[in-house]
Design a protein around this ligand. Structure first.
Ligand SMILES: O=C(O)c1cc(C(=O)O)c2c(n1)C(=O)C(=O)c1cc(C(=O)O)[nH]c1-2
Length: 590
């Protein structure tokens, strides 16, 4: 059963005081819910959604970001060479207000594992803040596009790239690195929002002083407690090139002053070369936002053998749990289990499969360790057929949305398995340190993708829509109980959040791996915006018949399309119909 609007669980009250019609950070609020209270577009008028305007940037890489909107301006940054655009929403067709080019080193393209991508940017303190693929974080004046500061965080020659969205909470910018497939040393850094000065850096592998673990560090499970586990759970010194990068999402609880983020696969991907738990790879940390000191950590996939990075979004929600309200987080881990975790302590409350997997037989309720299937452990040089999920998991980085009205999360997921063969490798700085060779194919049913609604308390799917191609777009959910998502074969859909009924679909010019957002225009009308520009890990399906061409276009929709020739600011008619009442129909079971 979907929860009724009266559901007493709720999104953690972490929404900053942004106007409801704006979208200032990729996850919209600190909790990363990607929920907008806007409800002009609703089940009664969504069929009339039409394109209002579009913007093409000419860049042929994966467009993964969420457009941001504040002060009647839309902010975009290209995947590479990371050119920033401010578009004036008060004028017809949203003309360019300013552009800014950071000119990153082209060498970065050759170092990025999974396409030249940028997963997002942030608006805070009058600044647009974003990372460049060649490891700089820049802040430009949101009004003028003038560079305010620029901080170099790593050397791209060493194989370090930066693809994650710069994330801003309070007075700090948080940035992590990429490069697990090149044997980098994973870290997360905090910069001063005003000056760009680096304030702290915490490594994900190595001795406790590097990982920033002190007396306050209390993982919930005994097997994760002990000194210097980030170093001693690896063969000697291998943690120095142990990958475990932090290229995913960061969320923030201002009451606890904790940030939450995950760590990627251990390097090399060949497990036989690194016996041990390989902490803190394929894990997550809760850290004090000011000091960077770890409060707790949890390893999802001990001694990862299949490339199950732990970097997916941690959505912060408060849930009713055995008669109490628990401050929780939900992560759809790449390993195929959806975890609902107490975000104060790291205790796992729910761990249930949300898709097809066979590498584990379950999760031990006492230790929260996966019970590994002995038949699914790769051995060097021996082909392991039909391991599920494949290296990109049941879900990759594409962020889920949470509705406080339904109590459900919404996410695009995969149904892909692999035939896996490992080959031993040696470390050479700045070159691939990988060793995994795989052939991917659809899992049971033959569909590569699916979009689903998930109950984080019961740990079960409430409804799902099968998609022929992998589903790698972000999700958006609104105050009128509409969910928006896109598909790799180029469909952009609006779905009833309670029933999973598809209410509207529009084919776009390329595959959608962007993150849809919604905002209010200066004309008072609600708009929905999304990129179509396939790339990133979706390219693993490029050989599939019907795979779309690359693309570079942001599409913006409203009920009835463009307002009129005199420009949005002068519109007088109001096409939105009153919000439909949520129905009480039981969702279809999967
Ligand atoms: O371990 C890493 O450092 C790392 C980095 C990245 C990245 O920065 O894009 C990806 C991955 N791993 C990865 O495993 C993966 O599936 C992936 C998909 C994508 C994408 O943009 O679609 N990036 C990455």
């Amino acid at each position: 059963m979907a929860h009724d609007p009266g559901w007493n669980g709720a999104a953690a009250n972490l929404a900053p005081n942004d106007p409801p019609g704006e979208w200032r950070r990729p996850g919209r609020d600190y909790a990363g819910t990607r929920y907008s209270p806007l409800n002009q577009i609703n089940a009664g008028n969504v069929a009339e959604l039409k394109m209002a305007w579009s913007f093409a940037d000419g860049v042929p890489y994966g467009h993964e970001g969420a457009p941001l909107v504040a002060d009647n301006t839309m902010y975009l940054v290209t995947p590479f060479p990371n050119v920033a655009y401010a578009l004036d929403l008060t004028k017809p067709g949203a003309p360019i207000k300013w552009t800014y080019s950071p000119n990153p080193s082209p060498m970065a393209i050759g170092k990025a594992c999974c396409d030249a991508v940028l997963r997002g940017w942030a608006l805070a303190d009058g600044k647009l803040i974003f990372n460049t693929l060649d490891d700089h974080t820049v802040a430009v004046d949101a009004q003028t596009g003038k560079e305010l500061w620029r901080t170099k965080l790593a050397n791209v020659e060493d194989g370090v790239t930066t693809t994650m969205a710069a994330t801003v909470y309070k007075d700090k910018v948080f940035v992590g690195n990429s490069g697990g497939e090149l044997g980098v040393h994973g870290w997360l850094a905090a910069l001063d929002l005003k000056s760009g000065k680096e304030l702290w850096r915490a490594y994900n592998t190595g001795p406790d002083d590097q990982v920033k673990i002190g007396a306050d560090f209390k993982p919930f499970y005994p097997w994760m407690r002990g000194k210097d586990l980030g170093a001693t759970t690896w063969p000697a010194d291998m943690w120095k090139h142990g990958g475990s990068a932090s290229w995913g999402w960061i969320t923030y609880d201002p009451d606890l002053n904790l940030i939450y983020y995950g760590t990627a696969n251990p390097s090399p991907r060949v497990p036989a070369q690194r016996p041990g738990l390989n902490l803190w790879s394929a894990a997550m940390f809760a850290r004090d936002a000011d000091s960077g000191m770890a409060r707790w950590a949890f390893q999802f996939t001990p001694h990862d053998q299949w490339d199950y990075d732990g970097v997916n979004e941690d959505v912060l929600i408060d849930i009713p749990w055995r008669g109490q309200t628990r401050k929780a987080l939900v992560q759809f881990n790449r390993n195929g289990f959806a975890y609902t975790i107490d975000r104060q302590t790291g205790e796992v409350l729910v761990a249930k499969p949300f898709g097809n997997l066979n590498w584990a037989l379950g999760v031990d309720p006492k230790t929260a360790q996966p019970i590994v299937n002995p038949a699914m452990q790769p051995k060097p040089g021996v082909k392991l057929p039909n391991a599920c999920p494949t290296d990109i998991g049941v879900k990759d980085w594409q962020p889920a949305a949470f509705s406080p009205r339904t109590g459900l999360l919404y996410a695009g997921i995969f149904n892909i398995c692999m035939d896996l063969t490992d080959h031993p490798v040696s470390y050479i700085a700045g070159t691939p340190y990988d060793g995994m060779e795989m052939k991917r194919h659809a899992g049971p049913g033959g569909n590569w993708g699916e979009f689903m609604a998930w109950d984080p308390i019961q740990g079960r799917k409430v409804w799902s829509i099968k998609e022929p191609f992998m589903t790698m777009s972000g999700a958006l959910v609104t105050g009128s109980d509409l969910v928006f998502y896109g598909t790799v074969d180029g469909w952009f859909r609006a779905v009833d959040a309670r029933t999973g009924k598809v209410l509207w679909s529009q084919k776009l010019g390329s595959g959608v791996i962007g993150q849809p957002i919604t905002y209010l225009g200066p004309d008072g009308r609600q708009y929905v915006a999304v990129y179509a520009g396939v790339g990133g890990a979706a390219m693993v399906a490029a050989q599939q018949p019907g795979f779309p061409p690359r693309g570079d276009t942001l599409y913006v929709f409203s009920v009835g399309g463009a307002s009129n020739n005199s420009g949005p600011g002068l519109l007088s008619s109001q096409p939105g119909k009153p919000a439909a009442q949520p129905d009480n129909t039981s969702p279809s079971q999967t």
